[in-house]
Design a protein around this ligand. Structure first.
Ligand code: C2O
Ligand code: CU
Ligand code: CU
Length: 494
């Protein structure tokens, strides 16, 4: 095996800290990546809003996971997967207080699940790895929306093959609305535009491939897609545009900003609006995180939304572990004259701090692809919490490379990172936090309002290769906070 200097540094640094076993998985013999040159200017595709029908007061959506074709490169259709189409899925949209049901008919040749990431809902409806839907099978999760306006999303969660199914295109947004909010750009597809950003690994025939090259982050793509479009451009017709950014990559971190360095405002994080717009020049998102940003444009100008080399912590060898690269993502093309936009409100939402003085405290140590020295066991109950309680979870990344941490069924507040207050875009309600090398973060969680002694919620690293390798645990929420240490599933074979 020939090591470049970079790989040598990476391997030796990792060996010193992690020991030989983990080092073997993070060293790499990869040939240099060639990123196909992309012309910007292809119109950004905006995922359609999902149809729904009202049935006895319940808003009912229909999702059909299916195989299809998608042209990342014109004339070279790739095998892909989507919901109700060939790639990605429609945007589901419902308001706080509404009751919803999602009828899923699986037309894939593999079993799948539909997980509602960021949603407060009963564990049995969460679409985690226990809620598998066989090929030809159906599922009908239903719940009442009980949380503030937010950009949530849905995706498959089959244990061990989440990276594969997401990478093929099974990803969509679920926007929660709340009447009476602050005045922000809100015309879908016009001045309020979802941008699902994914790195995709394409071969020379334009086909999607999964090839980690031994990188512990899993497959890192050589192309950047915005809503499935390489080299996308959005025609902007208003003075300000709101972009709902989702990092739907498997392992790639994005550090979004604009090519000219302009200031923009973050107005929402994963689970809803911030207290006030936060002026920034960069917003870094790990896989699964979202940020809603509002950016102002001048008539006639063009500006590039770019992902700058992510800031992954100085203990990383430069350029390793998915760092080191800039990617253009989406060009904004302002029209020759722009319709006026509402001024940015001074305040956005009241976010009362969770009361943590009596909170139960739990610790989660991330090491290699383990959490608290365990890999995922679908039968094991790792934690049992009391429904509706507030808890503080201490999450500790002991590694010299990055992870992140996501908890199902809840939104939480990031209290501190290594004792410091969180960056502006990590405030408000979160469901996924980044953990840079050696980060110790504390989160305050408002536990689910639903008790269920049989069906667990997941918590895990959302780097999909890590998740698939078992960097995940499960918790039950019960009436009194006690429960079994093994799951008793109704007739289900694990
Ligand atoms: Cu985005 Cu366990 O999920
Ligand atoms: Cu989730
Ligand atoms: Cu991880």
């Amino acid at each position: 095996m020939l090591l470049s200097r970079r790989d040598f540094l990476r391997a030796t640094t990792a060996t010193a800290v992690l020991g030989p076993t983990v080092a073997a998985t993070v060293s790499s013999c990869a040939a240099p990546e060639s990123v196909p040159a992309v012309q910007f200017g292809t119109p950004l595709r905006v995922p359609p809003l999902a149809d729904s029908k009202l049935e006895g007061g319940v808003r009912v959506f229909s999702l059909v996971p299916q195989a299809g074709k998608h042209e990342f490169i014109p004339g070279k259709p790739a095998d892909s997967m989507g919901y109700n189409g060939g790639y990605l899925g429609p945007t589901l949209r419902a308001a706080r207080g509404e009751r919803v049901r999602v009828d899923v008919r699986n037309q894939l040749s593999d079993a799948t699940t539909v997980h509602f990431h960021g949603m407060r809902l009963p564990a049995a409806d969460d679409g985690g790895p226990h809620q598998m839907i066989d090929p030809g099978g159906v599922g009908s999760p239903a719940w009442a929306i009980s949380q503030p306006a937010a950009t949530l999303w849905y995706h498959p969660h089959p244990h061990g093959s989440t990276e594969k199914q997401l990478s093929m295109g099974l990803t969509g947004l679920f926007i929660v609305d709340e009447p009476g909010g602050p005045e922000l750009p809100h015309t879908y597809g016009v001045d309020d535009v979802p941008v699902i950003v994914q790195d995709r690994r394409l071969d020379s025939n334009g086909q999607l491939t999964l090839d980690s090259n031994g990188n512990s982050l899993g497959t890192l793509g050589n192309s950047i897609a915005a809503n499935g479009v390489l080299g996308a451009a959005l025609k902007v017709t208003t003075e300000r545009v709101r972009l709902r950014l989702l990092n739907a990559s498997g392992g790639r971190w994005f550090n979004f900003g604009f090519a000219d360095g302009r200031t923009f405002h973050v107005v929402a994080s994963d689970g809803g609006l911030l207290a006030a717009p936060a002026p920034v020049t960069r917003v870094q998102l790990s896989p699964a995180e979202r940020a809603e940003i509002v950016v102002g444009l001048a008539a006639g100008e063009q500006v590039m939304l770019r992902s700058f080399a992510p800031e992954l912590g100085s203990v990383n060898p430069p350029d390793a572990f998915g760092g080191g690269k800039d990617f253009d993502v989406l060009r904004l093309d302002a029209a020759a004259s722009l319709a006026p936009s509402p001024a940015l409100p001074a305040t956005l939402a009241a976010i009362p701090a969770l009361e943590v003085s009596n909170a139960h405290i739990r610790s989660f140590t991330l090491n290699g692809h383990n959490i608290n020295n365990h890999t995922m066991d679908l039968n094991r109950v790792d934690e049992v919490v009391k429904k509706g309680a507030t808890e503080v979870w201490l999450v500790d990344n002991t590694n010299v490379y990055q992870h992140n941490f996501h908890v199902h069924g809840v939104q939480f507040q990031l209290l501190d990172v290594n004792g410091n207050p969180p960056l502006a875009h990590l405030r408000g309600w979160k469901d996924t936090i980044p953990l840079l090398p050696r980060d110790r973060s504390r989160i305050a969680i408002a536990m689910p309002d639903y008790a269920d002694i049989q069906h667990p919620y997941m918590y895990h690293c959302h780097l999909l290769a890590h998740e698939d390798q078992g960097m995940m645990g499960q918790y039950l929420a019960t009436e009194d906070g006690t429960g079994p240490s093994k799951l008793v599933m109704d007739g289900m074979q694990m």
